[in-house]
Design a protein around this ligand. Structure first.
Ligand code: ZN
Length: 257
C-alpha cells in the first residue's frame, strides 16, 4: 500500500492560508509535530474546525511515495472557547505554541509538550485576563525542565557559591547566560565591561518565585499570581525562554515585560 489514512489526537498550533487559498495546519500530537495540507473549500466545516488551539481527533491521509500529508477529517474534542475572551488569553496560548514550535516540542518531548499545553489551555479557560500572561510565563519556565535548561536558583553559575534568598539583591542574570550570578561574580562581570543594561537584578523573593514555579506539579492559577507579581522573574523567564528557542519569541513582545 502506497497510501494510507491514520488517526491521532492533537492540538492545532498554527494555521495559515496560502495565496492559492489552501490551508497549512501545524499540529502537535504525542508522536510529533506535522504540517498538513487542506485544499480549497474556504467555507468548509473542516476548514473552520482546523483553527489554532483546538484539541481534535485528526484523520490524516499520507502518501508513502512523497512527503505529502493531507488533513481529511477533524473531530473536535475541546474548543477552549474561553481563550477568545481577551488578548492576554490568546497571547499566553501563543507564547506556548510558539515555544513548542521553535524548540521542536522541547527537543522531541512530544507527549510532555502536548500534556503541558493541554494543562495550560485548561487553566487559561478558568482564569481572568490579569493572570493569563503569568500562566504563559509559568509554562515557559516549566518547559525548560524537559529541555534540561532550567537554571539552578540556589547556586552561582560562575563560582558555585550558594545564592542567598534574602531581601535586597540576591542574584544577577546576565543576558545570554545559562544561570544566575552571585553579587561578587556579577560585579566582576561588570568590571570586565559587560553592559549594565543587559543585567537583571533578582531579589531573594524573585528566586523563590522561580523555584516554586519549577517545583509546582501543575501550571496552576496560583503560580500565575506569583509570576505576575515579580517583574524581574518575568523578565528572566522571557530571556531564558528566548535563549532556549535560540531567537526572539514574537508572542512575548506583544506586551512589555
Ligand atoms: Zn559567584
Amino acid at each position: 500500500m502506497a497510501e494510507r489514512t491514520t488517526r491521532c489526537t492533537g492540538i492545532i498550533l498554527h494555521a495559515r492560508d496560502t495565496a492559492r487559498g489552501d490551508r497549512l495546519v501545524t499540529v502537535l500530537t504525542q508522536e510529533g509535530i506535522q504540517t498538513l495540507f487542506m485544499f480549497g473549500g474556504a467555507r468548509s466545516s473542516l476548514r473552520s474546525a482546523a483553527s489554532p488551539f483546538m484539541l481534535a481527533d485528526l484523520e490524516i491521509y499520507a502518501d508513502a511515495r512523497s512527503e505529502f500529508r493531507k488533513l481529511t477529517g477533524v473531530t473536535i474534542l475541546e474548543t477552549y472557547d474561553s481563550l477568545r475572551q481577551s488578548i492576554e488569553h490568546l497571547q499566553a496560548a501563543s507564547m506556548a505554541a510558539e515555544f513548542i514550535l521553535k524548540t521542536s516540542a522541547f527537543g522531541g518531548e512530544y507527549a510532555t509538550a502536548l500534556s503541558m499545553l493541554t494543562d495550560l489551555l485548561h487553566e487559561l479557560c478558568s482564569c481572568d485576563a490579569g493572570r493569563a500572561i503569568g500562566l504563559g510565563l509559568a509554562f515557559l519556565w516549566k518547559a525548560l525542565i524537559p529541555l534540561g535548561l532550567l537554571p539552578d536558583t540556589d547556586a552561582c553559575e560562575s563560582c558555585g557559591k550558594p545564592l542567598m534568598h534574602t531581601t535586597g539583591t540576591a542574584a544577577w542574570y546576565a543576558r545570554g547566560d545559562a544561570g544566575f550570578l552571585c553579587p561578587a561574580c556579577a560585579q566582576h562581570r561588570l568590571d570586565t565591561g559587560f553592559p549594565r543594561q543587559a543585567m537583571l537584578v533578582l531579589s531573594g523573593q524573585d528566586l523563590s518565585v522561580l523555584e516554586a514555579l519549577a517545583h509546582a506539579p501543575r501550571i496552576s492559577a496560583a503560580e500565575s499570581a506569583h509570576a505576575a507579581s515579580s517583574a524581574a522573574a518575568s523578565r528572566v523567564i522571557a530571556a531564558l525562554a528566548e535563549r532556549a528557542a535560540e531567537g526572539k519569541l514574537a508572542s512575548l513582545h506583544l506586551f512589555s515585560l
